[in-house]
Structure formats: structure tokens, C-alpha cells
Design a binder for this molecule. Sequence first.
Ligand SMILES: [Zn+2]
Length: 304
Amino acid sequence: MQLSRIDLADLHVPTAIARAIFAQLETIDAPVPVGQIARALDIADIKTQVFDGFEGMLLTDTVRSAGSILANTRYGDQRARFTIAHELGHFLMERHKLSGDRGFTCKAQDMRETRAGQRQYRQESEANAFAINLLAPFKLFDPLLSQDPDLKDAQRLRDHLNVSLEATIRRMIDRREECLTAVWSRNGQVRYSVKSSRFPWITCKRGERLPHLSLAGKIVANGAKGFSSVTETNPLAWLSRSDVELFEQTRVANNGHAVTLLLADLADADDDEDDSGSLKELNAGFSISASAFPVTAWAFPVNP
Ligand SMILES: [Zn+2]
């Protein structure tokens, strides 16, 4: 594989860099050969094994005269592929300031970072945006989406693209137009959530039990592995408002891990706004109570 790093030098937007790499490749099939791409872009060495204390490391200098990547395989090869792509992102975005004398050291939390405020957060967010756009380009991702949101799509895409289920669920939320949230839990306790920008606040906090009114709570307690169907649920199980049609679907995996997809149909609420103009007021009231219960709001930067 031959790629020119010089042709990428003037690009600073993660999606544009990923697109420019694909433009240099004549064809691209799933799964994207991230190791080959990294080596063709002057990464001399990629080491994948179990490491302690970090998820990924890029050994380099400020002008990126050379680069080596270390990727932790403790949580599987699919996550390590994302890590390699993330570190390649730091390598290609030369404006990213080194986090230490020898390059970049990235933790598991950095691989979920989406905040854009402080430089350190922004750098990690950009590396993540680059990674998902390299590993799950629209062309390979979108054709496998069903007409309606379904966690089974994320599992199929995980196998197709050889990336983690978490990454494909995040990508699905980013790519679909519907209002979606995914809530990850373990042994019935909320770990974190990812939501599309228009989704209302959900009222359960990290570390709390799944809501007792929710179907997810019952499905997880039952313990049967696999997918539930997409079923309408009581909006007050998850939200502090009842003017939303809410659907949920849960996938139960091994070791108490589960993920629940929430789909909000805001059509009725939007109609109310058109009819009376009162939604703004209503939302303002709710935002006061909802702001006391935020779970992580996560979304990839909007694609240009
Ligand atoms: Zn990083």
C-alpha cells in the first residue's frame, strides 16, 4: 500500500484527513486495514499486547519525524484497532501538542472524549473523530443500517468493520436522523450513556440502578442473553416528561454487561410547539429539574 503523508499535511479537520486517505486508495473494503494504512503513513512500528496503565501510546516528536504506536489488547483486538487509528490521528494532526516528552499517552477515557473546550480534550476528541471516520466510513457503514434503529445493526456492523460494538453504536447514533440514546450498564447499574443532540435529558445518573419502570431493568434482571424487540415504553421511566413517545431495546451480553437503545419520537411535542408556542417555556421548566440528573452526553462532532 502506498500513501503520501505530504498530501495530508495541510489538512487539520479529522473527517477531511480520513476522506483524503480514502481518496488516495483506489478501493476500500471492510474491515479497513488500519495497520497497513498507518505503516504507509510512516508509522514505523505497531505493537499490540496487554499493557498496564494506558490504552494507547504514540512515540513521536513535535515535527513527527518518526512514529511508533503501542495499542493495549486487554479489552480485545477490536478496541485495539480503534486505538491504533486514534494514535495515527495524533500523528497526522501535527498541531496536536505532545502530552509528554516522548509523544502521546492516552487512557481509556480519552478514547471516549468528545468535549471540545480545553486543548487536551479537543485533541482527544479530534483523534476519536478521525479514528471512527477511518474505521467506519459512511460508504461502508450506512448501507448496513436498517430502515429503523436496531441494535442488531450495530452488532452486524461490528463484525463487518471489525470494531467494537460500542464504537458502532456511537457511530449509529451519529449517523441516524432519529433521536437516540444508548445506555451502557453492568449488573443493572448505569455506567454511561451517549445521546444524539436533540434527545431529552435522561433522569438516571451514572452508578444508579436502571429505572424500575423501564423494560431494560426487567430484561437485565431476567438475565437471558440476546436482543429484546424494540418496544414502546413509559417515557417517565427515563425522562422527566411524558409528552414523548419512547421506545427501548436492550442487548444483554456476558458478565452482566448490557446496552439499551432509547428512541424518542418528538413529533407530538414538536406539534405542541407549533400549536401553542409553549414548548420553550415547558422545556425551560424541565431543564431546571433535568440538569440535576445529567448522564454523560456524548456525540461525535457533526460531520461536515
Ligand atoms: Zn489520544
